[in-house]
Write a protein that binds this ligand. Structure first.
Ligand SMILES: *[C@@H]1O[C@H](CO)[C@@H](O)[C@H](O)[C@H]1NC(C)=O
Ligand SMILES: *[C@@H]1O[C@H](CO)[C@@H](O)[C@H](O)[C@H]1NC(C)=O
Ligand SMILES: *[C@@H]1O[C@H](CO)[C@@H](O)[C@H](O)[C@H]1NC(C)=O
Length: 369
């Protein structure tokens, strides 16, 4: 939602003003308690964590997930982020959806049975780097996003537990990790960039002081390379240790001076800085078959050889895997939730939201602009 451009915000303001004038009995946008302030102790979860009837509608899935909810139609929205072979993403409930349209209703897709969720189909993930640092764990992956219902060539976006109205995306999403204590603890701050056949997901240790900053949700238009700088490579499955990155948007120059990047509202043509990428150490590599088993076959037909898009080899630094044919002409966005820049209202009309979400966008554009 932060990704609305000036033009779309102006349009939203105009429409919103008319709408508000016409109708003043709308439900409130914000819950009494924002999602990121709700605390749960595993396994004591409510059926739904988001029960109020608010502007963006109601939570579409549920948080109690078990063997009866473990199937490829599951609407479980409780995700886990434990280890290189045991983590979940949120992705659309229906095939062919763009993240921007469906982010508030996405459901959990996991790499391992046992969480009461959908399973990421066999062969979908084609490269994966799991990194543990003092303050967080993160996963960067290459995958066929259509196998988890994401529209082909969708640039995607950022998924996080805050959002303009405090309900998070998806609404009612909960995340637990065993990475720090060996049993599930609720992750309060996390961000997931997903799109362009790439995902990067960082879960910040809630016992550490800077979890909000390391997992901030500010740079939602510039994707993995700037929020989760990494050297993950296609076809490699590895887990490593590393030092912490800088907080997203913080750039320490060679002379030690620190720049803080602020994402503009308008087009982003070039970004002058590059974040520091901590060098991973102590890496263990795996064959994907050794990591993932018991997964269903993908429902989507395998594209024919001539259809198969080429994966560009990662350049030095291994940061980009853009599919050439998917590169939008007006964008330098290359992956993982870096949205194309929208320079005019025709571009902005790409954001075709369902009505409840559209309403929320309009109102939040006014309230939170
Ligand atoms: C399994 O999960 C469903 C959906 O949340 C819930 O309705 C049901 O009560 C759960 N079953 C058990 C045994 O907990
Ligand atoms: C992308 O960025 C590079 C420099 O970073 C620039 O040379 C190029 O023209 C840009 N491409 C587009 C389409 O904006
Ligand atoms: C908006 O951008 C599109 C493609 O970038 C272009 O075709 C169209 O003419 C532009 N419209 C305006 C009003 O500038």
């Amino acid at each position: 939602m932060h990704s609305l451009t000036i033009t779309s915000r102006l349009a939203a303001l105009a429409i919103g003003a008319i709408f508000v004038a016409a109708q003043d009995d709308l439900p409130p946008a914000r819950p009494q308690i924002p999602l990121a302030e709700k605390r749960f102790t595993w396994p004591d979860l409510p059926y739904q964590v988001d029960t109020e009837v608010l502007l963006r509608g109601t939570q579409s899935g549920y948080n109690i997930c078990n063997s009866t909810t473990e199937n490829q139609e599951s609407l479980c929205q409780t995700a886990h982020f434990n280890s290189i072979d045991d983590f979940c993403l949120w992705a659309p409930p229906r095939a062919g959806e763009n993240i921007g349209n469906i982010e508030s209703h996405m459901v959990a897709w996991c790499t391992k049975p046992g969480h009461g969720t959908r399973l990421i189909p066999e062969g979908a993930i084609t490269g994966l780097q799991w990194i543990r640092t003092p303050d967080y764990v993160q996963a960067v992956g290459f995958f066929d996003e259509t196998m988890v219902n994401i529209g082909e060539e969708d640039y995607g976006g950022e998924i996080d537990p805050h959002g303009a109205d405090g309900r998070g995306n998806p609404m009612g999403a909960l995340l637990f990790s065993e990475a720090w204590t060996g049993s599930p603890v609720q992750v309060i701050n996390w961000h997931l960039f997903i799109g362009r056949d790439r995902f990067c997901f960082k879960a910040c240790d809630p016992s550490r002081q800077n979890d909000r900053q390391f997992c901030n949700n500010i740079l939602d238009r510039i994707g993995c390379d700037f929020n989760i700088p990494n050297v993950a490579q296609p076809d490699v499955f590895e887990e490593c240790a590393a030092d912490n990155q800088d907080f997203p948007g913080v750039y320490t120059q060679a002379d030690g001076a620190v720049i803080t990047y602020t994402q503009p509202e308008g087009p982003i043509d070039t970004i002058e800085w590059r974040p520091r990428t901590p060098v991973p150490s102590d890496c263990t590599t795996y064959a994907s078959a050794a990591l993932f088993s018991g997964l269903p076959a993908g429902a989507n037909p395998t594209p024919s050889a001539s259809d198969e898009p080429e994966i560009t080899p990662a350049p030095s630094g291994g940061l980009s895997t853009a599919r050439p044919r998917a590169t939008p002409s007006n964008s330098n966005a290359s992956n993982g939730g870096a949205r194309p820049q929208q320079t005019n209202t025709s571009g902005a009309s790409r954001i075709a939201l369902p009505s409840a979400a559209a309403l929320a966008v309009i109102l939040s554009a006014i309230i939170f602009a």
